[in-house]
Write a protein that binds this ligand. Sequence first.
Ligand code: FES
Length: 107
Amino acid sequence: MPKVIFVASDQTRREIEISGGWSLMEGAVQNDVTEIVAECGGGCACATCHVFIEPAWLDKLPEQTPSEKDLLDCTAVPRQSNSRLSCQIKLTPEMDGMVVHLPQRQT
Ligand code: FES
């Protein structure tokens, strides 16, 4: 199972193992990462699952869909070049050890 390191805005770190095939959002919610709100349940419609991916890991991620790109304009904390919606990232073995920074707020 890929292990993901979530880093909160106060720099608190949590390592969480997430089953392959789950989305990053699903793994976070299942493990009480409360900084991920996921209001729409993964439907790419709410932008409350916003995360910042440590740049070294960006090339391991799937391409952004046009709807993810559009929705990243609606995040509570402004998007950055490493912003992604965590519901759009399915975990793969290549993501083991990935570092994911959490925004200060989602709404
Ligand atoms: S959970 Fe709503 S956009 Fe990701």
